[in-house]
Write a protein that binds this ligand. Structure first.
Ligand code: EPZ
Length: 416
């Protein structure tokens, strides 16, 4: 298990292009199953979670090969509709394959996806939506045995705007007879990117990005190409790093609208933020101040995935900032590690209060999960002295090469 060695306390300056979005490419890789042929995905990030998805596709009988930053997936050879436990457990979001396999094969046999570091990750909304489309799903022995016979479109309302349940329902509806109207759908930009991919393949999906998505099932599909959207959470991470350490950064080819709540918070904390057509510029003195309470919420609210990195950016700010984590039960596991660097944070249930300190001290810390690990890197960049961040495999699930990217901004960070 590698670790990052970081020498903090120096400003960051430079320009970089943000990788393709993990939370877009993962559902899109599942969606390739809907077409018996070839899908070419450009700007595909090289991530541990993408590798896990490729292993699942190959187990199902598909071909998936890298051509530099493009992934060529050919599902014509698919002849299997079950995913074994060891592959399901590699990645929490592997349940996203369920809807697509049902749509393609009429049946699916998966093991229950594991929980994860963020707490229990229920899939009741996924299963409810698929059952409403006509799937018969037996849960038992840690497995999901699904028979779909013939899926039929209908109106479905999600009790909460779950991102994964929205995506699973859309993919299953693409293989259903008739029209499906999905109400209270999640509105994350990654769902709009999924819709763009599906439309490019011939599927008839409309309304993604709003609360109501309409799918005309059984459209003829064809080979297609798609460019994965930029990763807004990776962008938020790098903005938080420069906000914390001080300096100036230009992030190219990001959609500033997807970052509005994050750039709004950083601006309120004292950073200068400018957005052009496809770039975001941020300048920071490194001396920030506290901001109004940060409440995570479904898009377009403040993203839960950016909570940890914004917290890391505010550790040395003047005053106190309240965080309320409304999406996941256990998303403050990075707090104890930040306290080892000298941060003053108190957690009570879903609420964390960050009281700014004058300085942070480099320390040996351990990544507990993907975004919590990224927060440790952000904090280490603004700490005095050397930090070592271990268990970086968590971070590599979602960041193609965070050390390479930050070195392009002048950071002293290496992997060993
Ligand atoms: C997606 O997870 C993202 N993952 C997460 O990003 C992100 O934090 C989350 O959406 C919220 O934006 C991917 O896209 C691969 P949800 P997902 O279903 O789909 C509850 C990262 O760091 N829920 O919107 O699993 C659930 O427990 C990752 O990149 C149910 O109760 O999130 C949570 O409290 C972490 N029943 C809330 O809904 C269900 O059937 C939102 O979860 C499904 C979800």
């Amino acid at each position: 298990m590698g670790e990052f060695v970081i020498a903090g306390g120096r400003p960051l300056t430079g320009s970089l292009q943000v990788q393709g979005a993990k939370n877009s490419v993962l559902p899109i890789l599942a969606a390739t199953i809907l077409h018996s042929g070839t899908s070419v995905l450009h700007n595909c990030p090289h991530l541990r979670d993408v590798d896990a998805s490729i292993r699942i596709l190959r187990h199902l009988g598909c071909r998936a090969e890298w051509e530099r930053d493009s992934l060529v997936v050919d599902t014509a050879g698919m002849q299997c509709c079950e995913i074994p436990d060891h592959l399901m457990r590699e990645m929490r979001s592997s349940v996203i394959f369920l809807g697509a396999i049902l749509a393609r094969c009429g049946r699916a046999d998966l093991s229950m996806p594991g929980g994860c570091e963020l707490g229990p990750r229920p899939i009741d909304l996924h299963l409810s939506a698929l059952r409403q489309l006509g799937a018969r799903i037996e849960e038992g022995g840690g497995r999901l045995r699904c028979e779909a016979g013939e899926l039929r479109g209908r109106e479905i309302t999600l009790s909460i705007p779950s991102v994964g349940a929205t995506e699973n329902a859309i993919l299953a509806a693409c293989g259903s007879e008739g029209t499906t109207v999905l109400m209270n759908a999640a509105r994350e930009p990654e769902i709009l990117d999924l819709q763009r991919f599906l439309a490019g393949m011939g599927c008839a999906v409309q309304g993604a990005g709003t609360s109501t998505v309409t799918i005309q099932g059984r459209s003829p599909t064809h080979d297609s190409e798609h460019t994965i959207m930029p990763d807004r959470i990776v962008a938020a991470t790098y903005l938080a790093a420069v906000a914390a350490a001080g300096g100036e950064v230009e992030l190219r080819q990001v959609d500033y609208r997807h970052l509005a709540t994050v750039t709004g918070a950083l601006h309120e904390a004292g950073c200068q933020v400018h957005s052009t057509g496809d770039a975001v510029l941020l300048r920071s003195s490194g001396n920030l101040h506290s901001i109004r309470p940060v409440r995570t919420a479904p898009y377009p609210g403040f993203p839960t995935d950016a909570q940890a990195v914004l917290m890391a950016a505010l550790l040395r700010s003047r005053g106190a900032t309240v965080f309320v984590e409304n999406i996941f039960e256990n998303r403050y596991r990075h707090v104890d590690e930040l306290i080892r660097m000298g941060a003053d944070i108190r957690v009570e249930g879903r609420v964390a209060v960050v009281c700014g300190v004058d300085r942070l001290q480099g320390a040996q810390v351990r990544a507990t999960d993907l975004r919590g690990g990224a927060a440790l890197v952000v904090a280490a960049l603004s700490a005095q002295g050397e930090s070592r961040v271990s268990c970086i495999h968590h971070i590599q699930r979602g960041y193609e090469d965070i050390a390479r990217d930050l070195r392009m901004l002048g950071a002293e960070i290496r992997e060993q």
